[in-house]
Design a protein around this ligand. Structure first.
Ligand SMILES: Cc1cc2nc3c(=O)[nH]c(=O)nc-3n(C[C@H](O)[C@H](O)[C@H](O)COP(=O)(O)OP(=O)(O)OC[C@H]3O[C@@H](n4cnc5c(N)ncnc54)[C@H](O)[C@@H]3O)c2cc1C
Length: 373
């Protein structure tokens, strides 16, 4: 039976789930904000990352693996449908360490992740490599780097091309996309939901809230958790340089165009999405420490963007118990998990089994009683 969905939010989370639902034959309307909205999907680093994910929550580590395994087919299918190149590469990645203490802490953390489930013990492959051993993965690596953890599960893509491909594929599958429709009120009805927006009202049988930081205000209207807060990142981009066969790192990666994208800073500064000189200086200094050959590279762009962060940093997926048919989705790894969001997560929403299959990701873990048992 064809089902109607309203999705609030046309970022990478809303659009990936929309893709999964449209492919399954659903009718989907996406209500989205405007160019001045907070939009993490347009300001991120483009990593499809696994290593380190799920410390303290094995279910999240397993989900990150699932997404990484699904990404190659997901990318190939999107590229075939749209003719767009996502610049997706899945050749592994390295997370750098700058001193012995950091190296030891990292190895303890990854061993702990591996020990939390038989699946992770089997699947999670990583190795700590010193600076010399890393040289073949990261030619030109500077002496200020101690080493880093290498893992074959990581990758990267162009996140703007991913979003564009999702838009293009979804429109081709019949998506009704409504930009500039800021939702200010959500009302449960007898057989569905109504969204009141700056440009009219919309109704559907089921509703998915994927409004990034906008979910905080809207979630309580549907009995969902809106436990997300902004965490700022600042990013620097160099001019295009000669392409080198290099693995991506969270600190810096060379994009398909040859430009280096720099930045893994996390700042608690509320809703300020500006850039600051001290942080840009810190990022540039560290980039040169990693790759001394960047000392003479020109910086051509910088921006600040706000992460959509839950209290424990893990995703939030839940179906409203109070208003069946309403779902809340938030994730601080919307690129890494895109293949999962378009695949199994969309299926689970379609079958209304979200709370059953992904109970550990419910917002109930942030309730007062869960935090202070
Ligand atoms: C600097 C930085 C680096 C990052 N690097 C990575 C990375 O390397 N890999 C990775 O996996 N993730 C990364 N992330 C995180 C990733 O960008 C996010 O997880 C993802 O973009 C979240 O997508 P979203 O759709 O939930 O939110 P958003 O992209 O913020 O989209 C929310 C949408 O909802 C709309 N909206 C909001 N309120 C309303 C409303 N009331 N009515 C209608 N529409 C509304 C907005 O207009 C917007 O389009 C990074 C984030 C940042 C900031």
């Amino acid at each position: 039976m064809q089902q109607d969905f309203l999705i609030i939010g046309g970022g990478v989370v809303g659009m990936a789930v929309a893709y999964g639902l449209l492919r399954a034959g659903c009718r989907v309307t996406v209500l989205d904000g405007s160019d001045d909205s907070l939009r993490a999907s347009r300001g991120n680093a483009g990593l499809t990352w696994v290593q380190g994910k799920g410390a303290g929550m094995p279910a999240y580590a397993e989900l990150s693996f699932e997404a990484s395994l699904a990404w190659p087919d997901f990318a190939a299918e999107l590229e075939e449908r749209t003719g767009l190149d996502l610049e997706y590469e899945h050749r592994g990645g390295v997370d750098l360490c700058f001193n012995q203490e950091e190296a030891e802490a990292r190895q303890r953390e990854y061993s702990a992740i591996q020990s939390t489930s038989p699946y992770l013990a089997r699947q999670f492959r990583w190795q700590y490599l010193d600076r010399t051993s890393l040289a073949s993965y990261l030619p030109g690596l500077g002496e200020g780097v101690h080493g880093g953890t290498w893992s074959p599960h990581d990758g990267h893509c162009n996140p703007l091309y991913l979003l564009r491909a999702l838009f293009s594929a979804n429109l081709g599958l019949g998506l009704d996309y409504r930009p500039g429709c800021e939702v200010h009120l959500l009302t449960p009805l007898m057989n569905g939901f109504r969204a009141a927006t700056t440009h009219g009202t919309y109704e559907a049988e089921r509703l998915i809230l994927a409004a990034g930081l906008g979910s905080a205000a809207l979630a309580p209207m549907l009995g969902l958790s809106g436990a997300v807060r902004p965490v700022r990142g600042q990013v620097l981009v160099t001019e295009r340089l000669q392409k080198i066969a290099q693995l991506p790192t969270p600190q810096i990666r060379q994009t398909a165009s040859g430009a280096y994208l720099i930045g893994d800073i996390q700042e608690e500064v509320g809703f300020d999405r500006g850039v600051t000189l001290p942080i840009m200086q810190q990022l540039a200094d560290r980039a040169v420490r990693i790759f001394p050959f960047l000392a003479h590279a020109r910086l051509v762009r910088s921006w600040g963007a706000l992460r959509v962060m839950t209290p424990d940093g893990h995703p939030l997926y839940e179906a409203s118990r109070q208003y069946p048919g309403a779902y809340g989705l938030s994730s601080h790894s919307g690129i890494s998990l895109a293949a999962f969001h378009a695949g199994r997560l969309a299926e689970s929403i379609l079958q209304d089994s979200l709370n059953h299959e992904y109970a550990k990701f419910s917002g109930a873990r942030f309730s007062r009683s869960a935090l202070n048992p």
